[in-house]
Design a protein around this ligand. Sequence first.
Ligand code: SF4
Ligand code: SF4
Length: 61
Amino acid sequence: MYQVDVDKEKCTGCEECIGACPSSVFELEDGKSEPVEMDECIGCETCVEVCPEEAITVTEI
Ligand code: SF4
Ligand code: SF4
């Protein structure tokens, strides 16, 4: 399993992670990305790579 965290202070709501995640983990909530389907994460770290604000961390748990 993976823990996906979005730093809301850094997130600008650009939606890059939402479009890039193969498992549809993220949704936009109040203008920020929220990892609503964290159980679906496969740990590919595509979201980490595409986020221009370096707001996402993925940790194996
Ligand atoms: S690591 Fe991959 S599967 Fe997990 S949230 Fe990021 S893009 Fe989605
Ligand atoms: S890619 Fe980064 S800045 Fe853009 S919505 Fe996702 S977490 Fe926020």
